[in-house]
Write a protein that binds this ligand. Structure first.
Ligand code: ZN
Length: 266
């Protein structure tokens, strides 16, 4: 079985390669990839090739999704699974892209059983066992200029990782060597501290949207882990260590090892 799987993977890599020019353009245009060494870049390229083969992109409201757009999304999504493997994104196929922020309407029931209609404008959304939905305008804004603590692709695909063991709840499937208690303790303490800070109107070090619920907290933490690891490490070293163990990446050291001077933002 393993043999056939490996054969199938090699066949995809051979039959559907990403052209050198397109790949170099992608790695050049995405600041999140600038710190990667040659070995990591090669591994990322393989993952992205397989990702593009297995996932389907759909543009809506007249948006035509071209190869550069697919690569922009896929490369940043696969950065998260660089040391996890593509299986971490199993169970769903589609990525839907709107030209800009999109409106969703949902019905919610309150404690008294009354049903309310809610409308929200979103830059991204992840459905359990369903699609990842993105606003291209937001993807472009976050992808080509480093936005510390903000990256809609990282955010929405972090939800997908979180959903790897059911509903998004702020705890993705942990590796066998990671004690659940250590994860829960580190993230719960950080989450409760954030809630207290906001209750007392103290400025928070993290995007206050993280206080929405534990699932959003995890997704926002992932945004910091990849775009501004120094901020996460300074304010929540225990959380940084948990994310480092989960992603099997040390983004802070990778960033410090990168000799290229770079300014956040554009
Ligand atoms: Zn979210």
């Amino acid at each position: 079985m393993k043999f056939f799987r490996r054969y199938h993977t090699l066949k995809i890599l051979r039959d559907h390669p990403i052209a050198d020019g397109a790949w170099h353009e992608t790695t050049k245009s995405l600041p999140l990839l600038h710190d990667l060494g040659a070995v990591e870049r090669a591994r990322l390229r393989k993952l992205v090739t397989l990702f593009l083969h297995k996932k389907a992109f759909t543009g809506v409201q007249g948006l035509e999704v071209n190869q550069a757009m697919r690569l922009t999304v896929a490369a940043q999504a696969c950065l998260q699974i660089l040391n996890l493997g593509l299986d971490a994104f199993d169970g769903w196929i589609e990525i839907v892209i709107y030209p800009g922020a999109f409106r969703v309407e949902r019905q919610t029931a309150d404690d008294a059983g009354l049903v309310h209609q809610e409308a929200n404008i979103l830059s991204g959304e992840s459905w359990s066992r369903g699609p990842v939905i993105l606003s291209w305008e937001d993807v472009e804004r976050d992808s080509h200029c480093l936005q510390p603590g903000r990256n809609v692709v990282i955010h929405e695909f972090a939800h997908k990782l979180d959903m790897g063991n059911g509903r998004a709840n702020g705890m993705p499937p942990l590796h066998p060597e990671m004690p659940v208690e250590a994860w829960s303790r580190a993230l719960s303490e950080a989450y409760n501290t954030l809630l207290r800070q906001l209750q007392h109107h103290h400025p928070a070090w993290i995007n206050p949207y993280a206080a929405t619920d534990p699932a959003e907290f995890f997704a926002v933490l992932c945004e910091y882990f990849f775009t501004a690891p120094w901020v996460l490490h300074e304010h929540c070293p225990a959380v940084y260590l948990q994310l480092q163990s989960y992603f099997r990446q040390d983004t802070l050291n990778r960033r410090q090892a990168d000799a290229t001077p770079r300014q956040p933002g554009c």
